[in-house]
Design a protein around this ligand. Structure first.
Ligand code: F0G
Length: 457
C-alpha cells in the first residue's frame, strides 16, 4: 500500500448512541457508586474502556451465525461448527464449552488444584488467581523482571522467567499440577510471550512431566506480536503461529469474550482423556451438557465465526496499530505508560504519575476516578485495589499501580480515541492535585468489583 494511514477494515452497520453528561452529573454518579467505577450505570459513561471483554462489535457474519444457531440440547450443528473452528487453531483432543473463561478456570482448578499445590503462571489474571486460591492452592507469578518495569522496552515482556520456573520445578515438582502461561500477559500490560519462551517452558515441563496450559484469551494479538517482533516469524501466517503455540501446550482455558470476538463464551481444552472426563462431569453439574456447556447454540456460532475473523491480518494490523496510536500519543504528551504498548490496552503508570499518593491510598483508583469525573471515560485500576489484599487478610502494595484503558474490539473510532487522548493529557497535567482514597467496605475476595471508597482525607 502506498499510503500510511491504517484504516478500520470495516464500515459501521449499526450504531449505538452515546450520552453526554455534565461533570456535575458525573460527580454525583461517582458518589452514588462509592467511587467504584464498576458500580456506575454504563449509560452514564461516555467512552467505556473498563474492559475489552465481551464489549466488542460483532460482524455481519457473526450476526448471521446468531440466526443460524441451532438450540438442540445435544449434538447441535452449531456445536460441531464451534468445535471445528476451535480445532482449526487449537487441535486439542477435547474441547469443553463454558459460558466464559472463569468457568473453564473454575472447573480445571477444582479438579487439579487444592491445598499444598502451587500453580505458576507468568501472571495470573484476577479471576485465575481467585479460582486457584479458592481451592487452597497458591498462585505464583513468575514473569521476567523486565515485565515488572513499566519503562523497559523488552519486546516480549510477558515471558516467563524460566530460571525461577526451573528452580520451582526442581524443588517442588510434585506440588505443581500444571504450569500456566497467559497470552498476552494482561495484568502485566497486555505484553506478549515469545515462541522461544514457550519452547523453553515446554522443555522444563517435559523434564518434570508437568502439563503446560495456556490462558489464551488474547492469542491472536500475541501471535501478531510474534509475527512482528520475533526473529524468523515475519513471513508466517497468524493461524500457523497460533497452531505452533497450541502444539507447545497440553491444554488451554479461553475467554471467547476477547479474541473470540464474541460477547460471551469460552472453553477449556486438553489432550488428556482422564482429565477431560473429570472436567466434563463438573461441566454437567455447573454449566450444561458437553455439546453446549454454558452457551446457547447461537453463541457457539458467533464464536465459530469470530475465530475465523480474529486471525485476519488486516484486522490484527488495525487492532494493534490503533492501540499503539493511543499509547504513542500519551507518551508524546508525557503521560507515563507501560511500554512497549500492549495489544488490547494502554496502561498508565499511576504510581509514577501520582508519586505523592502511596500505594495503599490507591493511586490507580484515584486516576481512574479523575478520568471519569473529568471526561466520562471509564478505565480500570489494575494495582493495589485489585491485587493488594493477601489471602491471609493483610494488605500490601501490588507490584505495579496501573490504570488500564482497554479498547473494545471494532467499537470506537479514531476520533473517540483522540478525545480520550485529550482527556488523559489534561488529567495528567493536574495529577499533582489528585488525592488518594481509602476503602470503606470490601469483600474478602475480588474486592475491586464491589469495594466502596472514600477520599483518604
Ligand atoms: N484470563 C485473562 C488473562 C483475562 O484477561 C480474563 C478476563 C480471564 C482469564 C477470565 O475470562 O472474563 O471470560 O471469565 N479478563 C477481563 C478483563 C475480565 O477485563 O481483562 P472471563
Amino acid at each position: 500500500m502506498p499510503f500510511r494511514t491504517i484504516i478500520e477494515p470495516f464500515r459501521i452497520h449499526s450504531v449505538e448512541p452515546l450520552r453526554l453528561t455534565t461533570e456535575e452529573e458525573r460527580r454525583a454518579a461517582l458518589r452514588d457508586a462509592g467511587f467504584n467505577l464498576f458500580a456506575l450505570h454504563s449509560d452514564d459513561v461516555l467512552i467505556d474502556l473498563l474492559t475489552d471483554s465481551g464489549t466488542g462489535a460483532m460482524s455481519r457474519d457473526q450476526w448471521a451465525g446468531i440466526q443460524r444457531g441451532d438450540e438442540s440440547y445435544a449434538g447441535s450443528p452449531s456445536w460441531f461448527r464451534f468445535r471445528e473452528s476451535v480445532h482449526a487453531l487449537f487441535p486439542f483432543r477435547h474441547v469443553i464449552p463454558t459460558h466464559q473463561g472463569r468457568a473453564a478456570e473454575k472447573i480445571l482448578f477444582t479438579v487439579i488444584g487444592g491445598a499444598g499445590k502451587v500453580i505458576p503462571n507468568n501472571t495470573h489474571f484476577d479471576t485465575t488467581r481467585a479460582n486457584v486460591e479458592a481451592t487452597g492452592a497458591e498462585a505464583l507469578d513468575l514473569v521476567i523482571a523486565e515485565g515488572l518495569d513499566p519503562a523497559n522496552l523488552h519486546p516480549f515482556k510477558g515471558n516467563m522467567d524460566v530460571d525461577r520456573l526451573g528452580e520451582l520445578l526442581r524443588t517442588r515438582a510434585a506440588d505443581v499440577p500444571v504450569v500456566f502461561v497467559t497470552i498476552t500477559n494482561n495484568s502485566g500490560g497486555g505484553q506478549p510471550v515469545s515462541l522461544d519462551n514457550l519452547r523453553a517452558v515446554r522443555s522444563l515441563c517435559d523434564a518434570h512431566h508437568i502439563p503446560l496450559f495456556l490462558d489464551a484469551c488474547r492469542f491472536a494479538e500475541n501471535a501478531w506480536f510474534i509475527k512482528e517482533r520475533e526473529a524468523g516469524q515475519h513471513d508466517r501466517a497468524v493461524p500457523d503461529i497460533v497452531r505452533e503455540i497450541a502444539s507447545l501446550a497440553d491444554g488451554m482455558t479461553m475467554s471467547a469474550k476477547k479474541d473470540g470476538l464474541a460477547n460471551i463464551g469460552g472453553w477449556l481444552a486438553m489432550h488428556d482423556d482422564g482429565l477431560a472426563e473429570q472436567c466434563r462431569n463438573l461441566l454437567i453439574l455447573t454449566e450444561g451438557f458437553p455439546t453446549y456447556g454454558g452457551l446457547a447454540g447461537r453463541d457457539l456460532e458467533a464464536i465459530a465465526q469470530g475465530l475465523r475473523e480474529v486471525v485476519d491480518h488486516d484486522y490484527l494490523r488495525y487492532r494493534i496499530r490503533s492501540t499503539g496510536y493511543l499509547g504513542d500519543a500519551l507518551l508524546r504528551a508525557g503521560v507515563p505508560v507501560v511500554q512497549p504498548i500492549g495489544g488490547h490496552a494502554v496502561y498508565i503508570d499511576a504510581r509514577s504519575l501520582l508519586p505523592h499518593v502511596p500505594p495503599l491510598q490507591y493511586p490507580g483508583q484515584s486516576l481512574a476516578i479523575a478520568l471519569y469525573e473529568s471526561g466520562g471515560i471509564r478505565a480500570c485500576e489494575i494495582g493495589t485495589v485489585m491485587f493488594g489484599l493477601q489471602p491471609d487478610g493483610t494488605e500490601r502494595a501490588a507490584p505495579l499501580d496501573l490504570v488500564r484503558l482497554a479498547i473494545p474490539r471494532r467499537t470506537y473510532t479514531q476520533s473517540h480515541i483522540d478525545y480520550v487522548i485529550e482527556v488523559c493529557t489534561d488529567v495528567a497535567t493536574r495529577a499533582r492535585d489528585l488525592a488518594g482514597y481509602r476503602i470503606v467496605d470490601a469483600p474478602r475476595a475480588l474486592r475491586h468489583f464491589s469495594a466502596r471508597f472514600a477520599p483518604a482525607s
